[in-house]
Design a protein around this ligand. Sequence first.
Ligand SMILES: [Zn+2]
Length: 224
Amino acid sequence: MKRTFVLLLSFFLLGCTEIAPPCAPYTLDAAPPRYFVILDYGHGGFDVGATGVDTGVKESDLNLVIGECTARALEDRGCFVLRTRTGPDALGDTKRDDMARRGAILCTDGADCTVSIHMNKFADRSVKGPMCYYQAGADDGEALATCVIAALCAALGRDDRPANPGNNYVTRIPSVPSVLVECGFLSNPEDEQALQDPKFQQLLADAVADGVIAYLDAQSGKPQ
Ligand SMILES: [Zn+2]
């Protein structure tokens, strides 16, 4: 036993020709995240959602790209962000399974709010622009959606548009304020092009992040 120990010690000492750098020190005074936001990128995998009329672009892909821009915009503003998905795949093999797993993440304890990112489509191809849905009857969800659509309309230089009441799983399931953002219409030629432009995607992401922060700051009494 003693010999084994000496052998192991020798092996360890001979093997350590370099001193390992110390771990990054953990400091108790590190600033906690400003807010905890859950971001949901709609659809994915077998469920592509809507498709662009002119280009065939998949809503699921745009949700992921614009969602990631939004996640980073919120992180840049000091938030902790939990994503429902981080790649192109769905969360399950069936729509039911996917939604159940999505719902479980959206109901994670401690979140301040949830935001689902989607793209719209409509028979009338002239209809364009973003829309924000909240769960009908949820006052806090309406206030959040109102802040987000106001920030989006301001960023895009368009007339104010009210938030819309709705009844969607992703706004109904969470117990915290929740909004479903339809970033634009894949049926409108201008929107379809713009939604694939990285600069426009960043503009949308920053506006959504600003709207979310404006709502949460107002709720928490923090300075704007
Ligand atoms: Zn969708």
